[in-house]
Design a protein around this ligand. Structure first.
Ligand code: PMV
Length: 348
């Protein structure tokens, strides 16, 4: 039975990649596999209201609200998303929508809301599909929701599940796929349970380069081939690191991945430097602190200037103290967000 109108709400988190996805081909397919920690506190809550459209032939009609206010800037990306998913969920054209969305993190904080936002929207749409197919298995539901989320924003397909999600075919991970994210089910040592991530908001400005443009610059990039093959190797290595609980090896791999992502941007044409002086000051402070105290704290970066500070749960108090006293001064208005790994999206 297909309803004529209704509404559904999902909350979906952001994620932070350890092995980075940078470069895509075809219909949002990754050039290399990636793996991420799912976050908890940084999330988007989306209520999708739908009602039968008067004409089912034209463009999909929708409005987007951010914190209850109309947000036309979000429309092109969502229109593109609807266009891409139409052939996979034909009913999508039968409705008009209001997408009412709110982020737990401040708007324009430099934290990408595309992963949490697109995954929340994809889950809402799958909930509508479930009404006409109530027998679908939870596994099918999750897989298809991740598949759809990927079409909104690649990294969004890694936000539905947790605490670790792989996206992209990898020869040692049998359930890995280029078309959806899958929860990483191999052995993970207790050292990596409840890992902490404090996000330092260094620069809240608009990104100089959209991720779509950035991915595109990997086509014809001088180092592309080596980079894609390195990502496979790094994921293999990370699997061993997770199993052994080797936090020192984890640090080396994760920091190198972050710097490699930025190295790719610095060596593309056109080239970009997305780090800011304060990004580098923070990295140096982290390295000094690690040397002085033996701490296992490390950093990773997204395609921007903000720094994700990663550390084991047993260092929560000491590292958060270090952040408050030494690192917060590099953040815009002293602003940072304490987060930790989580288990993915939920229906509200
Ligand atoms: O999901 P997109 O297309 O915005 O790409 C994001 C890519 C990085 O965040 C830089 C890396 C990653 O794997 O999440």
């Amino acid at each position: 039975k297909v309803l004529t109108q209704g509404s559904v709400t999902y909350q979906s988190p952001s994620n932070i990649a350890l092995v980075k996805y940078w470069g895509k081909h075809g219909e949002q397919l990754p050039q290399n596999p990636s793996i991420s920690f799912t976050l908890s506190n940084c999330h988007t809550t989306t209520t999708l209201s739908y009602k039968k459209a008067t004409s089912a032939t034209g463009e999909i009609e929708f409005d987007v609200l951010l914190d209850g206010k109309s947000e036309p800037d979000f429309k092109p990306k969502i229109a593109k998303f609807f266009e891409r998913i139409e052939k996979y969920i034909p009913f999508v054209k039968e409705y008009s929508y209001v997408i009412d969305t709110a982020n737990s993190f401040p708007h324009s904080s430099g934290i990408a809301s595309s992963a949490s936002g697109m995954s929340a929207l994809a889950l809402c749409l799958m909930e509508i599909e479930r009404q006409s197919n109530p027998d679908m298995t939870p596994a099918y539901f999750l897989q298809k929701a991740s598949f759809l989320a990927r079409l909104g924003s690649g990294s969004a397909c890694r936000s539905l599940d947790g605490p670790l999600v792989v996206w992209g075919n990898h020869n040692e991970i049998s359930n890995s796929s280029d078309i959806f994210g899958t929860s990483y089910n191999s052995n993970v040592h207790d050292n990596f349970k409840n890992y902490q991530d404090t996000i330092l908001l260094v620069d809240k400005g608009e990104k100089q380069v959209s991720s779509t443009v950035g991915h595109g610059l990997m086509h014809g990039h001088a180092f592309a081939k080596a980079r894609f093959s390195q990502a496979h190797d790094n994921l293999s290595e990370l699997m061993r690191v997770f199993e052994a609980g080797d936090v020192d090896a984890f640090i080396k791999l994760v920091e190198s991945e972050a710097l490699t992502l930025h190295a790719m941007m610095m060596t593309s044409h056109p080239y970009f430097i997305l780090m800011k002086p304060k990004t580098l000051e923070i990295i140096n402070e982290i390295w000094d602190y690690r040397q002085q105290t033996g701490s296992k704290v490390c950093f990773t970066l997204d395609a921007g200037a903000n720094v994700h500070v990663l550390y084991p749960e047993n260092e929560k108090h000491s590292v958060q103290d270090f952040i408050a006293t030494k690192l917060s001064k590099f953040c815009q208005n002293g602003h940072y967000i304490n987060d930790f790994v989580g288990n993915g999206a939920k229906k509200l």
